[in-house]
Design a protein around this ligand. Structure first.
Ligand code: A3P
Length: 293
């Protein structure tokens, strides 16, 4: 059975295969026309990727179904190889891909390969409120053997609060990218806004990408990037790949797709503790999140 061993890069927990390819990732050669979709894991990456691809394909659903999310948008720093699971190298996929490329990453801002800044690439960052992000991450650890064992809910919450999880601290991640947006071409979006008003957020993405679509195409994008459709779409729901490491019977990748599910997991005491800690960790930022709609 595939078991994720954990190492570290610059103090950020990474899987061992990610650590071993880190030097190449750091030297990655971004191209000026690359688009980077950056998120903390489970913040709505796949959703954003589908919206972007629907825009790039001008609403052509069949073109978007040409390959899985994973193959369309290489996952820059992610790699693994195991006899029982498929092998994957986001780096190799990205290097082999013709321009214009859309690349996915969960890297904290300080670990983004320098070439992305040098080439002034456009970046879309999506952030999700800590509580829902944590719940989603917990279930993802349960269903994905490529991730370390989460332990109990209580234990995982502790790891999340101390940043001892893959890709490091959620708090540092969202704050770091928030700061970076003032200096670089970064569109900073929120999962909660996308849920509340997907049309408005898609229009923000359109403007950022300097694209225009007619009403009919916009409606197609809205429809095909809804949770219900993406959950049934084998090209986005992760059922076609990684069958050796993802077990959707434990928890599907397309799990619930809502804002506020954390209320089903946090006890009153846990919520109090989390809020107190959150206040301290987020005291030095103007970032504000909504935990319900
Ligand atoms: P839940 O586990 O809360 O359901 P990522 O793609 O970054 O791994 O994020 C996965 C999370 O985004 C999951 O959250 C998943 O259900 C949710 N998601 C995926 N597609 C979505 C969509 N079209 N609308 C809303 N949520 C979506």
């Amino acid at each position: 059975v595939f078991q994720a061993e954990i190492g570290e890069v610059e103090g950020i927990p990474f899987t061992k295969p990610m650590c071993s390819t880190w030097e190449q990732v750091w030297k990655f050669k971004a191209r000026p026309e690359d688009l980077l979709i950056a998120t903390y894991a489970k913040a709505g990456t796949t959703w954003t990727q589908e919206i972007v691809d629907m825009i790039q394909q001008n609403g052509d659903v069949e073109k978007c179904r040409r390959a899985t999310t994973y193959r369309r948008h290489p996952f820059l720093e992610w790699s693994f190889q195991d006899s029982s699971a498929e092998s994957y190298s986001g780096l190799e996929l990205a290097e082999a891909m013709p321009s214009p490329r859309t690349i996915k990453t969960h890297l904290p801002v300080q670990l983004v390969p320098p070439s992305f800044w040098e080439q002034n690439c456009k970046i879309i960052y999506v952030a999700r409120n800590a509580k829902d992000n944590l719940v989603s991450y917990y279930h993802f650890h349960r269903m994905n053997k490529g991730m370390p064992d989460p332990g109990t809910w209580e234990e995982f919450m502790e790891k999340f609060m101390t940043g001892k999880v893959l890709w490091g601290s959620w708090y540092d991640h969202v704050k770091g990218w928030w700061k970076a947006k003032d200096k670089h071409r970064i569109l900073y979006l929120f999962y909660e806004d996308m849920k509340e008003n997907p049309k408005q957020e898609i229009q923000k993405i359109l403007k950022f990408l300097e694209k225009d679509v007619n009403q009919e195409v916009l409606n197609k994008i809205l429809h095909n990037t809804s949770f219900e459709i993406m959950k049934e779409n084998p090209m986005t729901n992760y059922t076609k790949e990684f069958q050796g490491i993802m077990d959707h019977s434990i928890s599907p990748f397309m799990r619930k797709g809502v804002v506020g599910d954390w209320k089903n997991y946090f006890t009153v005491a846990q919520n109090k503790k989390f809020d107190e800690d959150y206040k301290k960790k987020m005291a030095d930022t103007s970032l504000v999140f909504r935990t319900e709609l």
